[in-house]
Design a protein around this ligand. Structure first.
Ligand SMILES: Cc1cc2nc3c(=O)[nH]c(=O)nc-3n(C[C@H](O)[C@H](O)[C@H](O)COP(=O)(O)O)c2cc1C
Length: 153
């Protein structure tokens, strides 16, 4: 399957995690593009079968635990028709020191539901302190492998 990993980042960790997801999907035989939210387009979504959205949690519009505004805005341009038949998955990076740990994942899941995505390809991944916890790389690889398996089965 053709996969597209769209990430937003402020300090770089979500980009690193998104690239690792992309590399793992490629290793498992899926042609995969990894793009930043700033360069993502509706045409890219249209030309891929599986879309992974990766976001840290930050404050947006005065609320904690939100996806980056660029991701919120991009999703607001999509319709149910744009996502019909797509395999969708979500990766969130956050920090358990904040009250709404990886709240962005919950917000993104709700938005995808509004867009008619009844079931995600695999349960969303929530990663705590990407750089400081040693097993996080392995967690990301394992998650991406599990996602890849759902795409081939
Ligand atoms: C100002 C600020 C607000 C944050 N708010 C949250 C939050 O509400 N929930 C959470 O889980 N993590 C929160 N974080 C942690 C970031 O989501 C986490 O460090 C993430 O890995 C950053 O990703 P990035 O390097 O891709 O920007 C916050 C961090 C900062 C600096």
């Amino acid at each position: 399957m053709k996969c597209l990993v769209i990430y937003g980042t402020l300090s770089g960790s979500t980009m690193t995690a998104a690239e690792l997801v992309g590399a793992t999907l490629r290793e498992t035989g899926h042609e995969t593009d990894v793009v930043s939210i700033e360069s993502a387009t509706k045409d890219m979504v249209a030309s891929h079968d599986c879309i992974v959205i990766a976001s840290p949690s930050w404050e947006d519009e005065g609320k904690d635990g939100q996806p980056l505004p660029e991701i919120r805005i991009f999703l607001s341009t999509l319709t149910a028709a744009d996502l019909a038949g797509k395999k969708m998955a979500i990766v969130g990076l956050g920090d358990t020191a904040y009250p709404h740990f990886c709240g962005a994942v919950d917000v993104l899941e709700a938005r995808l539901k509004e867009l008619g995505v009844a079931t995600l390809a695999t349960p969303s991944l929530k990663i705590d302190r990407y750089y400081s916890l040693r097993d996080n790389e392995q967690k990301v690889k394992d998650w991406a492998t599990a996602l890849a398996n759902t795409l081939t089965s």
